[in-house]
Design a protein around this ligand. Structure first.
Ligand code: CAA
Length: 260
């Protein structure tokens, strides 16, 4: 696949998607969003991809948001279309059914933080800065931020971050649960890949079902989420992976999961 504004490499089951517009702090113009959509579809459909890690090119930015040059031209209708389109693309990563990690190596602002929030997990360099500064531009977050930040870190954090538009450091983001793990810049890559490796060593179908139960369940009343959980728990019991996982425990050896 030939892309202009992103890179996609797959090795050892892990797809690495790099947003690559460093001159514009990796801001997402419409071409970049189209390419991200193509990459997400590829990762979802391709069996050689078992997990996805997203980062930004260079050492300054993950993604500094939607491209403000494009946003400045918006009319009410085109703005609505733009937000709707971004939400659709981000839903692809949220519902990929494979572990997805945003590795935040610098500024993750606006649509950039919203992209990270659509991933299952977030790691960050201790020098990263995050925020939803849209109100400073006279708009509100449009790629799911008003909904996902509340779900990830709670409504009080979402109100503080979105209403002030302030930027927050990685330690604060970690403290309030926006980011799962933080690492010194030089350890971010290795720390993130270790996290991914640990997930990939578990039963692949179980990991997929767990992602589904958490993601779909968080949008349901608790009792309905529990029923979804019991359905997926039952389905997990039909897999060879379950037999292997339990036999390995009882035989005091490491499991060899086949994803079947
Ligand atoms: N869109 C377009 N260009 C951007 C950009 C963006 N979101 N962010 C940075 N750039 C460009 C700058 O215009 C600049 O380009 P030029 O060299 O051609 O002037 C270049 O990237 C470097 O940026 P700075 O000179 O500003 O670098 P800095 O180190 O001083 O500051 C920054 C970095 C704090 C990230 C700052 O660039 C900034 O605040 N960017 C905007 C962040 C923002 O408001 N994001 C939200 C966008 S709205 C949104 O995302 C809506 C939504 O929910 C969908």
């Amino acid at each position: 696949m030939n892309f202009e504004n992103i890179k996609l490499d797959v090795a050892d089951g892990v797809a690495r998607l790099t947003i690559d517009r460093p001159k514009a702090m990796n801001a997402l113009n419409s071409k970049t969003l189209d390419e991200i959509e193509e990459a997400f579809n590829y990762c979802r459909e391709n069996e050689s991809v078992r997990a996805l890690v997203i980062s930004g090119a260079g050492d300054k930015a993950f993604v500094a948001g939607a491209d403000i040059k494009e946003l400045a031209q918006m009319t009410p209708l085109s703005a609505k279309d733009l937000a709707y389109r971004g939400q659709q693309v981000y839903a692809l990563v949220e519902h990929m059914g494979k572990p997805t990690v945003a590795m935040i190596n610098g500024f993750a602002l606006g649509g950039g933080l919203e992209l990270a929030l659509a991933c299952n997990l977030r790691t960050a360099s201790t020098s990263a800065k995050m925020g939803l500064p849209e109100v400073s531009l006279g708009i509100i977050p449009g790629y799911g931020g008003t909904q996902r930040l509340s779900r990830v870190a709670g409504p009080a954090v979402a109100r503080e971050w979105i209403l002030t538009g302030d930027m927050f450091g990685a330690e604060e983001a970690h403290r309030v649960g926006v980011v799962n793990r933080i690492f010194p810049p030089e350890e971010l890559e290795a720390g993130t890949m270790k996290l991914v490796g640990s997930i990939l060593s578990r039963g692949p179908i179980a990991v997929r079902f767990a992602i589904e139960a958490i993601s779909r369940g968080s949008n349901m009343p608790q009792r309905e989420g529990e029923i979804l959980e019991s359905d997926l728990f039952g389905l997990a019991a039909s897999t060879e992976d379950m037999r292997e996982g339990m036999s390995a425990f009882l035989e005091k050896r490491k499991p060899h999961f086949q994803g079947k």
